[in-house]
Design a protein around this ligand. Sequence first.
Ligand SMILES: Nc1ncnc2c1ncn2[C@@H]1O[C@H](COP(=O)(O)OP(=O)(O)OP(=O)(O)O)[C@@H](O)[C@H]1O
Ligand SMILES: [Mg+2]
Length: 238
Amino acid sequence: MIRLDQVSLSYEKGPEVLKDVNLHLPEGSFHFLTGPSGAGKTSLLKLIFLAHRASAGRVHLMGQDVAALSRRQLAKARRQIGVVFQDFRLIDHLSIYDNVTLPLRVAGQKEASYQQNVIELLDWVGLGGHIHALPETLSGGEKQRAAIARAVITRPKIIIADEPTGNVDPEMGIRLIRLLDELNKMGTTILLATHDQTLWSQFAHPRLHLEDGHIRHIANTPEPHPEAPIAVADEVVT
Ligand SMILES: Nc1ncnc2c1ncn2[C@@H]1O[C@H](COP(=O)(O)OP(=O)(O)OP(=O)(O)O)[C@@H](O)[C@H]1O
Ligand SMILES: [Mg+2]
């Protein structure tokens, strides 16, 4: 689903942020991306959600070399990727419903074709009572659930999340990961960058650790959590 072959990245005259990174994330996988501040996590995610180009090497998404895509094909590929940011990036003057449906309106879909789905999705993420609210009236966790709903409304094959729990309390952080877990169980490939060890250590998903420009694959053995018995990780992706 996501493959990086010998990918390097540097900004202008700066040092290499990514050095010869090789990565293969199969369809339906869920990986955490960890590493110290400045290690290049956001930079790596940007390569994958097509906001940046590698300085060297190849990025393949859904079997396609992204460097070979036309502008139109790139736009189509982008629609297969849902992105969730730490700071939510909701549009202040639009209601939650209008924020979540924006990608559909941009794609020219008629409201009658999606209205019911959106209401069900907002119910599913626990925002059924806030459909017409403005973002400023929601808590951090609620805003992030709205942002996740917006990221998944187009049914992307891949969700990229950059510190999605950075602005919510630890308990909400766990709930947000569980929500992403549910989407992963339905087949969505997920890559989630986080600093937060107390978060990733509670889930069985393998971890990609980025440091000094290199990636290490680490199987993750979750610490027991009272509410969620989780199977021990049994794969290390190479
Ligand atoms: N647009 C840019 N122009 C120049 N340098 C950049 C740019 N974006 C990031 N960098 C540099 O690249 C390096 C990696 O940054 P990046 O934001 O990818 O790290 P990160 O692992 O996401 O850090 P954090 O955990 O703090 O979010 C840093 O040294 C940063 O200063
Ligand atoms: Mg970052």
